[in-house]
Design a protein around this ligand. Structure first.
Ligand code: GUN
Ligand code: ZN
Length: 391
């Protein structure tokens, strides 16, 4: 409603924060990123598997140390807030204490977060491996401790088919059956070599998606990162099961993984549920605006369109819908949680000059999407509480 209408019905003691001329939007939602990869953003490699083996699996070993986890959790949530992101779905490491640090810090800030312990029991350094049993036990313990505590939600997180034995996928299936209200997050069809290796490891399965389907991974609470090279048959089953495909533009470009074909997903008889994520640290920027800037470019290369309004919708209510959290976040509806981001469209000298010719809100949103960085985020409210630059 208008300021004057709302002021007329607001209790007199309400404090007014005047953010004119800035834009007030629902806090951004990042549906796929890796908490322990904040310090390997921009690591030089020619493809996904080289990048994982050279940097990622080395970096994640540092999270054996609880102190390191705690320090990084502080930095991680500060960085999310600085970029206007108020909710995220994050992979932690195989170490339960990485999840402990993640949820402890998120809960302290009262942020709505989804997280989970990575499960992997093969094809990674020994120091990072769990076992089907320890992965199950640790996940169970963490779900019981954190799922539904305040605004914390658990995501059962087998990393991807390559790093899990059939026994571990079976244990993951047991966890999904025993905790149907938890999320599931994993990676699917990101890179051609990855797909070939997954099929080699699971020769009885028809395709990559079929590996996950056999263990009941597909469903409305399931988030599949990337989904770049899926066949029509794989896409159809994603639609039938209401699974979510997570588009991670900066990562897909940085790792040279491929171009996400949005149109193919949307033209299905049962359109696929789509979300977007940064995929930090394969992704190169925490900003969901920068993420949509790169999404726009990926779609441009395929002669596809996503308007500025659609992009802002995607990173707010669109991603909330993909997480089935639209009654809480991504919106200003009455009784929603009041996670709010305030944006300055004139935050840099170039934006200031550009804004002189902007004629309407759609143009202004596109300037923010294309030109802004964290300097545009002037304030972030978590459950109505100003939270930028809090320690
Ligand atoms: N596939 C399996 N693990 C990862 C990861 O950490 N990042 C990306 N981009 N893809 C993955
Ligand atoms: Zn990822």
């Amino acid at each position: 409603g208008s300021f004057s209408d709302i002021k007329a019905i607001a209790p007199t003691e309400v404090v007014i924060h005047d953010h004119r001329p800035h834009l007030i939007v629902p806090g951004f939602i990042d549906t796929h990123l890796h908490f322990p990869q904040i310090q390997i953003i921009g690591s030089y490699a020619s493809n996904l598997l080289e990048w994982l083996n050279t940097y990622t699996f080395v970096e994640e070993q540092k999270y054996k140390d609880p102190l390191h986890c705690q320090n990084m959790a502080k930095q991680f949530f500060n960085t999310l807030i600085n970029h206007g992101t108020t909710t995220a779905a994050a992979f932690c490491t195989t170490h339960p204490n990485s999840v402990e640090a993640f949820f402890t810090e998120s809960h302290r800030r009262d942020m709505l977060m989804i997280g989970g312990k990575v499960m992997m029991d093969q094809n990674a350094p020994l120091e990072l491996l769990d076992t089907p049993k320890s992965g199950y036990d640790d996940t169970k313990m963490l779900i019981n401790k954190w799922h539904g505590v305040g605004r914390q939600y658990y995501a059962i997180s087998p990393r991807f088919a390559i790093t899990s034995t059939p026994e571990q996928l079976e244990m993951s299936q047991a966890l999904i059956n025993e905790h149907p209200d938890c999320y599931l997050q994993t990676h699917l069809s990101e890179n051609k070599d990855e797909i070939a290796l997954a099929k080699q490891l699971y020769p009885d399965c028809n395709d990559y998606t079929d590996i996950y389907n056999r263990y009941n991974f597909l469903g409305a609470n399931s988030l599949f990162g990337h989904c770049i090279h899926l066949t029509e048959k794989e896409i159809a089953i994603m639609g039938e099961t209401k699974s979510v495909a997570v588009f991670c533009p900066t990562s897909n470009l940085f790792l040279g993984s491929g171009l996400f074909n949005l149109e193919l997903f949307l033209k299905q008889k049962l359109p696929i549920r789509i979300a977007t994520g940064t995929d930090i640290g394969g992704g190169t920027n925490f900003s969901m605006l920068k993420t949509m800037d790169e999404a726009h470019k990926i779609l441009q290369l395929q002669n596809q369109r996503l308007s500025p309004i659609e992009s802002f919708y995607q990173i707010t209510l669109g991603n909330a819908l993909a997480l089935s959290l639209e009654n809480k976040i991504g919106t200003f509806e009455i009784e929603s949680d009041a996670d709010i981001t305030v944006l300055d469209s004139r935050a840099t000298s170039t934006m200031k000059i550009r804004m002189e010719t902007v004629k309407n809100i759609v143009e202004e949103l596109f300037v923010l999407q294309t030109m802004s960085d964290d300097r545009s985020v002037v304030q972030v409210y978590i459950k109505g509480k100003p939270s930028k630059n809090l320690k």
